[in-house]
Each structure stands twice: as structure tokens, then as C-alpha cells.
Ligand binder design. Structure first.
Ligand SMILES: Nc1ncnc2c1ncn2[C@@H]1O[C@H](COP(=O)(O)OP(=O)(O)OP(=O)(O)O)[C@@H](O)[C@H]1O
Ligand SMILES: [Mg+2]
Length: 295
């Protein structure tokens, strides 16, 4: 595994084939790049190429806003059962609620969820895992996020998509980790930027689809633990869970089963009613997030 050689001007933009050649034996491949650099498209092409070679292929979707695998506010693990027309067509294997659609608000939990789901996928026998990052690369926080992700996920290859040299310091970190191959690519000319409105619309649609079969479920807090998703703004107000708050419903093993929308937290704190597609009997814990969902 080596770095991609310098390209001459006029060379066609490198695509999945080149990335494939450069990451041939890497079980875990992490894609890093700013928003709208073609990460998800490359992840999809790479997953399809690996599948065509006969590997069992998993994808970890670390984008908690423009989520493809699992709803927004989650990191998802999917596996490719057949060629994927888009990343979201991977079969959902597991997800982790992080409580926010912004990695800035859920920095540590998002990094941890990505690492845990990669381990989960490898443990389940997936031979190759492609990790699609979240687009947080700029500034001190972007650097810290990408480096923390590299340290936690421990990829064998890091593929960096860049417009200019915005990932220079992240590449420096990746190169300092023993055993990591770094592949650095320019953004393909055709890559299109999504507007803020398109991103909002995507999140709204994905959440609406997730809640399509939701109904009111009353959880008894004598049996179900209530906790806050950890993050920079601390725990939710002790007065109760505000109506509309997105929550993650977990089983006894701490797996996120699905999302809920808090409806009514009775004043005595004895029950919490949520709209969800998850059956009440499966829920052992509720993780309270930071997003309020209205529809
Ligand atoms: N190599 C390519 N050639 C032409 N168009 C592309 C290419 N890669 C991606 N695109 C298009 O550019 C847009 C953005 O691509 P993509 O969603 O893969 O980027 P991303 O980095 O994952 O974005 P996000 O920040 O939203 O996660 C999409 O409309 C996609 O179809
Ligand atoms: Mg993407």
C-alpha cells in the first residue's frame, strides 16, 4: 500500500478503481473529506467493487445529518447484500443514537459509535468495511474530529478527498499512525454541492420515513432507564423531557433499536410516552438527545 502518485494536469480524475488498487488488502477503509466532496458516492462505488470481488462488505455511515444507513441522529452499520445503487440500500445491521444531527454537538459519542460499529461489523464476519465520514474536517474541531475518528476506528487505509489542501493536517496525522495507508485524491469535477435547504429536506424526509409506522408507546420509568446522551451542553433539564425531543430507544445490551419522539413525560416522572415504531417490551433504556422534532 502506497500513496497515489502525483497526477499530471489533464489526467482523468482518479476513481474507485485507483482507490481499490491502493487499498487492496485493507479490511477497514475510512473516507475523509469536507462536505460535498463525493465521499458517499465513492463509498458506494468502493463497496460495490469489493462485493464484486467476493468479499462480505459492510458500510459504517458516520454522517449523522445526511444519514443513508439508519435515520439522522444515528451512526449506522449496513451490509451490502447485492450491488448498491445508493449507500442507503445497504441492509441495516445496527445503529447507535448520538442525539444530534450535528457531529459538533455529539463529537465524542459519534466517534465512539463509528469505532464500535466497525468492531461490530468485523465481529459479525464482514471482511471489508467502508466507513463514510461526516464531512467535519475544517478548523481545529474538524482536525480533532477526523484525528479522533482515525484513532478510534483504526482503519487500515484512509482515503482523503480534497478540493485544495484542506485536509493537510489530518493527512499528517494519518501518516503518523503505523500501518495506515493514506490515499489522497482531488474532488471529481462533477461533484455537486447540496444547499442547506436540501440538507434540511433530506433529514426531514429520512426522519418521517423512520417514524412512518410510529404509534404512541408508554414506557414505565420504573423498568426503563432514562439517561442523557453525553455531549458538550450537558444533561437535559431535570424538569423532564420536553415534548418533541428525539430519543434513542435501547435494548438491554445498549443497542439502539430505533428512535422515539417524546410526547409526554408525566410530572412525577413515572412514565414517558413516545411515538415510535419500537415495541415497548423491547425497550430497556431511553437516551435523550438534543434535537426537537416537529411534524
Ligand atoms: N465522481 C463523481 N462525478 C460526478 N458527480 C459526482 C461524483 N461523485 C459524487 N457526485 C455527485 O456529487 C454530489 C455529492 O456527492 P456525495 O453525496 O457523494 O458527496 P458527500 O461528500 O458524501 O456529501 P455530504 O457532505 O453531503 O456527505 C452527488 O449529487 C453526487 O451524485
Ligand atoms: Mg455523504
Amino acid at each position: 500500500l502506497a500513496e497515489v502518485p502525483e497526477r499530471a494536469d489533464g489526467d482523468p480524475p482518479p476513481g474507485p478503481d485507483l482507490v481499490r488498487a491502493q487499498t487492496a488488502r485493507a479490511p477497514v477503509i475510512l473516507l475523509v473529506g469536507d462536505s460535498d466532496t463525493g465521499k458517499t458516492s465513492l463509498a458506494t462505488a468502493l463497496a460495490n467493487a469489493l462485493l464484486a470481488e467476493g468479499h462480505r462488505v459492510g458500510i459504517v455511515d458516520g454522517d449523522v445529518g445526511q444519514s443513508e444507513i439508519g435515520p439522522p441522529t444515528t451512526v449506522g452499520l449496513g451490509c451490502a447484500r447485492g450491488p448498491l445503487r445508493r449507500l442507503g440500500h445497504a441492509e441495516l445491521m445496527a445503529m447507535r443514537f448520538v442525539g444530534s444531527t450535528s457531529p459538533l454537538q455529539a463529537f465524542a459519542v459519534t466517534v465512539e459509535a463509528m469505532g464500535a460499529l466497525v468492531e461490530r461489523g468485523l465481529g459479525a464476519g464482514l471482511a471489508r468495511i467502508v466507513v463514510d465520514g461526516c464531512g467535519l474536517v475544517r478548523g481545529g474541531l474538524g482536525h480533532a474530529f477526523a484525528c479522533a475518528t482515525i484513532d478510534r476506528v483504526r482503519p487500515h487505509a484512509v482515503v482523503v478527498l480534497e478540493r485544495a489542501n484542506e485536509c493537510e493536517s489530518i493527512v499528517g496525522h494519518a501518516r503518523s499512525v503505523p500501518g495506515v495507508a493514506v490515499v489522497r485524491l482531488p474532488v471529481a469535477p462533477g461533484v455537486r454541492r447540496r444547499t442547506a435547504a436540501e440538507r434540511r429536506e433530506w433529514r426531514a424526509r429520512a426522519l418521517a420515513a423512520h417514524f412512518a409506522s410510529a404509534r404512541a408507546v408508554r414506557l414505565s420509568l420504573g423498568h426503563v432507564a432514562l439517561r442523557a446522551v453525553p455531549g458538550p451542553r450537558g444533561a437535559p433539564a431535570p424538569g423532564g423531557v420536553a415534548p418533541g425531543t428525539l430519543v434513542g430507544l435501547e435494548d438491554g445490551a445498549g443497542e439502539t433499536l430505533g428512535l422515539g419522539i417524546a410526547r409526554d413525560h408525566d410530572p412525577g416522572g413515572v412514565t414517558l410516552t413516545v411515538s415510535t415504531g419500537v415495541p415497548a417490551a423491547a425497550v430497556a433504556a431511553v437516551a435523550v438527545g438534543r434535537e426537537v422534532y416537529s411534524r
